[in-house]
Design a protein around this ligand. Structure first.
Ligand SMILES: [Fe+2]
Length: 359
């Protein structure tokens, strides 16, 4: 009998093969109702507990994982050739980073955001004796793994990216450079839920926003907040924006152009990823301002136009952009929101709008 070689053109992607080999729980689908409730299991690679989250809207350009570190525990030191943005969901701890030079450490707590620079050795510690630490990370591991399809290259690579990190002592101090268009460059944000935001008229709803450039990554982040009884304008963009609710309660509508809308109800801890070029629109029908953190492609310093076209995000569809103005939206959208506010007791704060005739 002749041994038939396995047909290489029918194999799963390198990332999918890696996911299966890690032997940890994997969440697929459209959204995660509560990141704090995601079931975790021992993850040998981390020496802690974890679960990977590969939502449909990422189109396998990026992904997420939850890691839980037991009281007084630590993860195994790691380095890897994919970017990683970390948001702390629960607890208090510290991270140590190093290259060839001396080690340096910084502390964080629930609500902190940071990024370990690309391919830097790092180790996270739980500084509490009684509670686990839980964090969510968004990585571009799928993209990197599928591109090079060599896991040894991705996890055991000695290259030092001097352009990202040169052992600067104040790297994680929270110091920031401010640029126009609400862009802030920093490598550590101590408390995202209370971080002061700037007015952002273009997306409507009396919203506020700040965009973060972290660790010279091609991935980036932003935080947005909008008041009770308001909703934002619909817009669309590339894949992989992980929207994590960090304040308030409400829902979002998501739809591919001309097709049925899908609804996601959210509260603190919910996460969803609008699929590529799907319109999405966020509604605050709760009792407090709604705030979310988006971990996504779209660095302004290191642009990747195939993933994220920043220039069209705030431009009216009629002018060739990717935003639907209130005047052009389906009146059912407003009616549903009015209904939801009545149901929840939230005061409707959207000014009336006259629908524009189709151009
Ligand atoms: Fe978006």
């Amino acid at each position: 009998m002749v041994d038939r070689p396995r047909n290489p053109i029918d194999l799963p992607t390198t990332y999918e093969q890696w996911l299966a080999a890690e032997q940890i729980p994997v969440t697929h689908g459209f959204h995660v109702p509560d990141l704090n409730a995601v079931e975790v299991a021992p993850w040998p690679r981390k020496g802690a507990l974890g679960a990977r989250i590969a939502l449909d809207g990422t189109a396998q350009t990026n992904d997420a994982y939850v890691c839980e570190i037991p009281p007084r525990g630590e993860v195994t030191p790691q380095r890897h050739l994919f970017e990683e943005l970390i948001y702390v969901l629960r607890g208090r701890g510290a991270t140590t980073v190093w290259n060839d030079g001396p080690k340096q450490s910084f502390e964080w707590h629930e609500g902190s955001l940071f990024s370990v620079p690309l391919n830097i050795w790092h180790q996270h510690f739980n500084l509490q004796g009684d509670e686990p630490v839980r964090y969510i990370a968004v990585t571009n591991a799928p993209f990197v793994m599928n591109l090079f399809h060599d896991l040894d290259f991705v996890f055991n690579n000695g290259y030092v990216f001097q352009s990202r990190f040169r052992g600067e002592e104040d790297y994680f101090s929270g110091k920031a450079n401010f640029y126009p268009d609400r862009v802030l460059e920093t490598n550590f944000v101590a408390d995202v839920p209370s971080f002061p935001l700037m007015d952002w008229q273009a997306r409507g709803a009396g919203g506020k926003n700040v965009k973060f450039e972290l660790a010279n990554n091609t991935m980036a982040a932003h935080v947005s907040e909008f008041p009770v009884g308001t909703y934002k304008k619909a817009h669309r963009h590339g894949p992989g924006a992980h929207v994590i609710i960090i304040g308030g309660k409400g829902y979002s509508l998501l739809w591919p152009e001309g097709q049925q809308r899908r609804r996601v109800d959210w509260q603190v801890g919910s996460m969803f990823v609008p699929p590529e070029r799907w319109f999405h629109q966020h509604f605050n029908s709760g009792a407090t301002p709604a705030r979310y953190l988006a971990l996504r492609w779209g660095s302004r310093k290191f642009k990747l136009p195939s993933m994220w076209d920043e220039d069209k995000l705030e431009i009216d569809m009629r002018a060739g952009g990717d935003q639907i103005e209130y005047e052009d939206e389906d009146p059912q959208i407003r009616r549903l929101f009015e209904e939801e506010c009545r149901r929840s007791g939230a005061e409707l704060r959207m000014p009336p709008v006259a629908r524009r005739a189709r151009a």
